[in-house]
Design a protein around this ligand. Structure first.
Ligand code: NAP
Ligand code: HSE
Length: 441
């Protein structure tokens, strides 16, 4: 058997501790599959005294992760700290510069600095592997970098955040409150250190930026992604979606259009009978449309210690076997500038929920605002208010607001935005209209 592959692991939280558990549980099998032992030489985290449920006594401890990156007896630096800048960026930069392979689960870092770090890795002839950064345990990076390489990709999309999918599923199935479910997701280790990155859609956007680069060979363009999180999704939207034959999912979508590449992250209504609607809880899915392969969909656990660390191990084994390639499948210098398709040009169906004052002429005014924008309606339903709040319509009080739900036929984002702005300005609604895009997947 060849020389051991020596690891330095920075970050011993959910994923780092999970990695140590896999390496210890499966060490013999991993050595056989990679043709050499995988040994942990050193570790780094903030608090040396913290009980992590794993034995660290055999490893050298570094308070300074960057110093570990430069240690002579380490071949691979595993970055599991997180954050788009700061110590994670310094550590990865230091490791690559000193000729060490890097494995990271840090999508925030790569979404912002991926091409530059990839160029550094290529310059020093080392790997920068990031399977765990996109969709946890799903092997989508390897699939796109290797298995689908013969195709021209036209679209990649998916449920890319386990925390959001878990929250939406529990709200829908169990009628639980948003905050309550988020707390569960944090306790289970699914959420980011700052969970607003999850619920605000930023984490999905980080992953989408990487998928876009892998799919279209363009530079990462996180700031060009249209972004909406799930904070505005109300129980009445989940109920209405269910009645109308849909489920609500936070999707990331990147697709080639005539005017450039559309990249968007937003809550989406998907038909209940579609495969993606069945992806529940902390599961993720990623679908890729290729010109020769057709449609491919991968489903699996998107977050948590085990699934994420499983992907980290796969990256380490690739390095142990000598399977290294440019991080984004092609040389970083060959990545093309990203050409953005404007969100206002997006075409699709829309779900609109209005809280309409129940008075003569209100419906007619709303219908005429939609007609002005040439938006045709598939359905319009006046729904009962969810809770019989005094004075909010349930008591039949004339003039009190009533929920109205509309589904449109295909139209443009620009038309919908103009119509909703006019409806709001007309004063027939008592709150900002809710709008959710429909995707007939
Ligand atoms: P976490 O539980 O918060 O762990 C972060 C670790 O980093 C902690 O051990 C912390 O040390 C250590 N750390 C923080 N600052 C440090 C510094 N200056 N020097 C050295 N160590 C430092 O985070 P996580 O959930 O494991 O996530 C790690 C990475 O994996 C992130 O990039 C995240 O986005 C990504 N990821 C996570 C999941 C998931 O399901 N959790 C899935 C996919 C990807 P202490 O423990 O001493 O405080
Ligand atoms: N916070 C992320 C999620 C972790 O919930 O999907 C996995 O990237």
């Amino acid at each position: 058997m060849s020389e051991p592959l020596r690891l330095g692991i920075a970050g011993l939280g959910t994923v780092g501790a999970g990695l140590l558990r896999i390496l210890s549980a499966n060490d013999a099998g991993l050595a056989l599959r990679s043709g050499r032992p995988i040994v942990v030489r050193a570790v780094s985290a903030r608090d040396r005294k913290k009980d992590r449920g794993v034995d660290l006594s055999a490893y050298e401890w570094f308070d300074d992760a960057c110093a570990m990156a430069e240690a002579a007896d380490i071949d691979v630096v595993v970055e599991l700290i997180g954050g788009e800048d700061g110590v994670a960026k310094d550590l990865v930069g230091a490791a690559l510069t000193s000729g060490k392979h890097v494995v990271t689960a840090n999508k925030a870092l790569l979404a912002h600095h991926g091409p530059a770090l990839a160029a550094l890795a290529e310059e020093h002839d080392v790997a920068l592997n990031f399977e765990a950064a996109v969709a946890g345990g799903i092997p989508i990076v390897k699939t796109m970098r290797e298995s689908l390489v013969g195709n021209r990709i036209t679209r990649v999309y998916g449920i890319l955040n386990g925390t959001c999918n878990y929250i939406l599923t529990c709200m829908e199935r169990e009628g639980r409150a948003f905050e309550d479910v988020l707390k569960d997701a944090q306790e289970a280790g699914y959420a980011e250190a700052d969970p607003t990155f999850d619920v605000g859609g930023h984490d999905t956007a980080h992953k989408l930026a990487l998928l876009t680069t892998l799919a279209f060979g363009t530079e990462t363009a996180f700031d060009a992604i249209y972004l909406e999180g799930i904070e505005s999704i109300a129980p009445e939207d989940l109920e209405a979606a269910d009645d109308l034959g849909y489920r609500i999912k936070l999707l990331g979508v990147a697709m080639q259009t005539d005017s450039g590449i559309e990249q968007r992250v937003h809550p989406t209504m998907v038909p209940k009978h579609s495969a993606i609607a069945e992806v529940d809880g902390v599961s993720n899915c990623v679908a890729v449309d290729g010109d020769f392969v057709g449609d491919v969909m991968l489903i699996g656990m998107g977050a948590g210690a085990g699934p994420t660390a499983s992907s980290v191990v796969a990256d380490i084994i690739d390095i142990a076997q000598g399977n290294t390639m440019p991080p984004f499948a092609q040389p970083a210098s060959a990545l093309r500038p990203y050409a953005r398709a404007r969100m206002r040009g997006h075409e699709g169906g829309y779900y609109i929920r209005l809280s309409v004052y129940d008075r003569p002429g209100a419906f007619a005014a709303i219908a005429s605002r939609m007609a002005e924008q040439e938006i045709s309606l598939e359905s319009i339903v006046q729904r009962r208010p969810r809770a019989a709040l005094p004075g909010i319509g349930a008591d039949g009080q004339a003039g009190a607001p009533m929920p109205v739900v509309m589904i449109t036929h295909t139209t443009t984002e620009a038309a919908i935005r103009r119509a909703l702005e006019a409806i709001e300005n007309d004063g027939n609604v008592d709150q900002k209209p809710q709008m959710i895009r429909i995707e007939n997947l």
